[in-house]
Design a protein around this ligand. Structure first.
Ligand SMILES: [Zn+2]
Length: 141
Protein backbone atom coordinates (compact mmCIF):
# COMPACT_ATOMS: atom_id res chain seq x y z
CA UNK A 1 0.00 0.00 0.00
CA UNK A 2 1.45 3.33 -1.00
CA UNK A 3 1.33 5.98 1.69
CA UNK A 4 -0.50 9.06 0.35
CA UNK A 5 2.08 11.55 1.48
CA UNK A 6 1.43 13.90 -1.40
CA UNK A 7 -1.85 15.37 -0.19
CA UNK A 8 -1.88 19.17 -0.19
CA UNK A 9 -1.06 20.85 3.13
CA UNK A 10 -4.59 22.04 3.76
CA UNK A 11 -7.25 21.81 6.44
CA UNK A 12 -9.21 19.56 4.07
CA UNK A 13 -6.32 17.07 3.96
CA UNK A 14 -5.97 17.28 7.73
CA UNK A 15 -9.67 16.51 8.16
CA UNK A 16 -9.43 13.67 5.66
CA UNK A 17 -6.67 12.13 7.76
CA UNK A 18 -8.79 12.61 10.89
CA UNK A 19 -11.55 10.62 9.19
CA UNK A 20 -8.95 7.87 8.74
CA UNK A 21 -8.17 8.21 12.45
CA UNK A 22 -4.71 9.59 11.86
CA UNK A 23 -3.33 12.68 13.53
CA UNK A 24 -1.14 14.15 10.82
CA UNK A 25 0.99 17.26 10.99
CA UNK A 26 3.73 18.59 8.81
CA UNK A 27 7.38 18.49 9.70
CA UNK A 28 10.11 20.74 8.43
CA UNK A 29 13.14 18.60 7.53
CA UNK A 30 15.37 21.70 7.64
CA UNK A 31 14.82 22.73 11.26
CA UNK A 32 12.79 19.82 12.62
CA UNK A 33 9.73 21.82 13.68
CA UNK A 34 6.34 20.09 13.58
CA UNK A 35 3.11 21.93 12.76
CA UNK A 36 -0.50 21.28 13.66
CA UNK A 37 -2.65 22.10 11.80
CA UNK A 38 -0.33 21.45 8.86
CA UNK A 39 1.58 24.28 7.19
CA UNK A 40 3.15 24.31 3.76
CA UNK A 41 5.86 26.82 4.66
CA UNK A 42 7.88 26.66 7.87
CA UNK A 43 7.38 29.93 9.83
CA UNK A 44 10.62 29.30 11.74
CA UNK A 45 13.09 28.91 8.87
CA UNK A 46 10.89 29.63 5.81
CA UNK A 47 11.68 26.17 4.45
CA UNK A 48 9.16 24.88 1.93
CA UNK A 49 10.10 21.19 1.87
CA UNK A 50 7.61 20.22 4.56
CA UNK A 51 6.37 16.66 4.70
CA UNK A 52 3.44 14.89 6.30
CA UNK A 53 4.21 13.08 9.50
CA UNK A 54 1.90 10.99 11.66
CA UNK A 55 2.10 12.13 15.27
CA UNK A 56 2.25 9.75 18.20
CA UNK A 57 -1.06 10.99 19.55
CA UNK A 58 0.40 11.56 22.98
CA UNK A 59 0.50 14.95 24.57
CA UNK A 60 -0.36 16.99 27.60
CA UNK A 61 -3.03 19.54 28.39
CA UNK A 62 -1.73 23.11 28.07
CA UNK A 63 -4.99 25.01 28.62
CA UNK A 64 -8.70 24.28 28.73
CA UNK A 65 -12.13 25.73 29.23
CA UNK A 66 -15.51 24.27 30.09
CA UNK A 67 -18.04 25.39 27.49
CA UNK A 68 -21.67 25.83 28.55
CA UNK A 69 -22.94 27.63 25.45
CA UNK A 70 -21.42 25.99 22.39
CA UNK A 71 -21.90 26.24 18.64
CA UNK A 72 -25.00 24.67 17.08
CA UNK A 73 -23.18 21.44 16.20
CA UNK A 74 -22.44 20.90 19.88
CA UNK A 75 -25.97 21.82 20.93
CA UNK A 76 -27.17 19.18 18.44
CA UNK A 77 -25.00 16.66 20.27
CA UNK A 78 -26.79 17.50 23.50
CA UNK A 79 -24.34 19.91 25.09
CA UNK A 80 -25.85 22.90 26.86
CA UNK A 81 -25.84 24.82 30.14
CA UNK A 82 -26.64 21.65 32.04
CA UNK A 83 -24.23 19.46 30.11
CA UNK A 84 -21.03 21.36 29.34
CA UNK A 85 -18.04 19.99 27.48
CA UNK A 86 -14.34 20.72 27.63
CA UNK A 87 -12.24 22.24 24.88
CA UNK A 88 -8.52 22.56 25.32
CA UNK A 89 -5.13 23.21 23.85
CA UNK A 90 -3.00 20.09 23.68
CA UNK A 91 0.76 20.19 23.37
CA UNK A 92 1.78 17.06 21.52
CA UNK A 93 5.00 15.31 22.45
CA UNK A 94 6.34 16.52 19.08
CA UNK A 95 5.92 20.09 20.37
CA UNK A 96 3.00 21.20 18.19
CA UNK A 97 -0.08 22.65 19.86
CA UNK A 98 -3.64 22.18 18.69
CA UNK A 99 -7.10 22.85 20.02
CA UNK A 100 -9.24 19.77 20.55
CA UNK A 101 -12.12 18.35 22.53
CA UNK A 102 -11.04 16.93 25.85
CA UNK A 103 -12.91 13.82 26.93
CA UNK A 104 -12.75 11.65 30.01
CA UNK A 105 -12.94 14.61 32.38
CA UNK A 106 -15.89 16.13 34.25
CA UNK A 107 -16.65 19.46 32.55
CA UNK A 108 -18.74 20.48 35.55
CA UNK A 109 -15.75 20.16 37.85
CA UNK A 110 -12.89 21.85 36.00
CA UNK A 111 -9.65 21.45 37.89
CA UNK A 112 -6.47 23.44 37.34
CA UNK A 113 -4.63 20.21 38.19
CA UNK A 114 -5.58 18.98 34.70
CA UNK A 115 -2.92 21.28 33.27
CA UNK A 116 0.00 19.10 32.27
CA UNK A 117 -2.04 15.91 32.49
CA UNK A 118 -1.06 13.22 29.96
CA UNK A 119 -3.54 12.78 27.12
CA UNK A 120 -3.99 10.33 24.27
CA UNK A 121 -5.61 11.15 20.95
CA UNK A 122 -9.03 9.76 20.14
CA UNK A 123 -11.28 10.30 17.14
CA UNK A 124 -15.00 11.03 17.50
CA UNK A 125 -16.98 10.05 14.41
CA UNK A 126 -20.15 12.05 13.88
CA UNK A 127 -22.96 11.66 11.39
CA UNK A 128 -23.33 9.29 8.45
CA UNK A 129 -22.48 9.27 4.75
CA UNK A 130 -21.85 12.68 3.23
CA UNK A 131 -22.49 14.36 6.58
CA UNK A 132 -19.90 12.21 8.33
CA UNK A 133 -17.16 14.11 10.08
CA UNK A 134 -14.50 13.28 12.60
CA UNK A 135 -13.74 15.42 15.59
CA UNK A 136 -10.24 15.52 17.04
CA UNK A 137 -10.29 14.79 20.73
CA UNK A 138 -7.87 13.84 23.45
CA UNK A 139 -8.70 11.60 26.37
CA UNK A 140 -7.24 11.76 29.83
CA UNK A 141 -5.04 8.70 30.08
ZN1 LIG B 1 11.88 24.94 9.43
Amino acid sequence: MSEPTTRPFTAASFNQYLAEHKLMGTRCPTCGATYLPPRAICPACHGDALEWVELSGRGKLAAFTSIYVGPSAMVAEGYDRNNPYVSGIVETEEGAKISARIVGVDAKRPDVAWIGAPLTVTFLDRGEGEAKSTVLAFAAS
